[in-house]
Design a binder for this molecule. Structure first.
Ligand code: NDP
Length: 285
């Protein structure tokens, strides 16, 4: 059989990208399955994004991740958006389908996958999401598209919460409500799934947690956090003390990487290896 030295290229464009661990996780997965894929972590400054997307086409790259500051700016340069990416209004993953660049958003899909792995279906459930930024927005939209009964957005900047709730109602038909993140904010009644979608608790701010009334968390609830470094957040530890089942942000990040892996390679991702690799990168053993 003749040899094939050609690499299938994927990667991430962002600025800064130096501390982005995605490449290590994806490369470990490619190696585990013996796939000729390479994941490149590439610094692309704002002004160079159009040329960089042109390079994706010229190199016939299988796809690319986008991070700060390109998630919204990339949209005009793509050929198509998935429904979720279009509603969310941001793209973190591009798939090159025979020269057509398709924009997807896998931020929320990772969280839904983590919930599902823990036996928690979103369909028919009441979700309360703290935060209204990129991660919260992606989770809220995916939950609505997956058939959630109600989505409540609790955010410090009330205007952003209102805008997101209104957009969910308008675009998905799912009941959505906005509440302010005031001190000791109540957990909405009948919440099934509570998510911290803010950056509160992210290293080095590990002693902080969203200022909600934790007494409102019950053992029947599933409580999840987007923060992955350190994944054992004070938010989750406090929810555990209330008896709730908890899901951390590291699993969400690994699951998001697994969704990307499958979109690019067409193969099931070795999720355990991806999560293990991330743990090692974060010094968690
Ligand atoms: P954004 O900057 O878009 O949004 C930040 C959100 O956090 C806003 O709702 C903001 O409120 C809120 N917030 C921040 N600080 C405070 C504070 N001190 N008090 C109250 N609210 C606060 O960030 P992203 O949505 O992109 O990221 C959020 C977190 O999610 C990060 O930690 C990121 O690492 C993580 N993430 C995890 C992923 C995973 O796979 N596990 C994937 C993507 C992100 P306001 O609107 O009032 O400013």
């Amino acid at each position: 059989m003749s040899k094939n030295y050609r690499a299938e290229l994927v990667g991430v464009f962002g600025d800064p990208v130096e501390e982005n661990p995605t490449g290590v996780m994806e490369e470990a997965a490619f190696e585990a399955l013996g796939l000729p894929f390479r994941y490149l972590t590439i610094r692309v400054i704002r002004e160079d994004l159009p040329a960089a997307i042109q390079a994706v086409r010229a190199f016939g790259m299988r796809g690319i991740n986008l991070t700060i500051p390109h998630k919204i700016a990339v949209i005009p340069y793509l050929d198509e958006l998935t429904e979720a990416a279009e509603i969310i209004g941001a793209v973190n993953t591009v798939v090159n389908e025979g020269g057509r660049l398709i924009g997807e958003n896998t931020d929320g899909k990772g969280m839904l996958e983590s919930l599902q792995e823990n036996g928690c279906q979103v369909k028919g459930k009441n979700l309360a999401i703290i935060g209204a930024g990129g991660a919260a927005r992606a989770i809220a939209v995916e939950a609505a598209l997956a058939g959630a009964k109600k989505v409540t957005i609790i955010n410090r900047t009330m205007e952003k919460a209102r805008e997101l709730a209104e957009m969910i109602r308008h675009r998905t038909g799912v009941t959505a409500e906005a509440l302010p993140l005031v001190p000791r904010a109540p957990v909405p009644e009948r919440t099934d799934i509570l998510v911290n979608g803010t950056s509160i608790g992210l290293y080095p701010d590990v002693g902080s947690k969203p200022d909600i009334d934790y007494a409102g968390i019950t053992p029947e609830m599933v409580v999840a956090d987007v923060v992955f470094n350190d994944p054992n957040t004070l938010f989750l530890r406090t929810a555990q003390a209330q008896g709730a089942k908890t899901i951390n942000g590291l699993g969400m990040l690994a699951n998001q990487g697994a969704v990307n892996f499958t979109l690019w390679t067409g193969k099931d991702a070795p999720k355990a290896i991806m999560e293990q690799t991330l743990r090692r990168e974060f010094g968690l053993g």
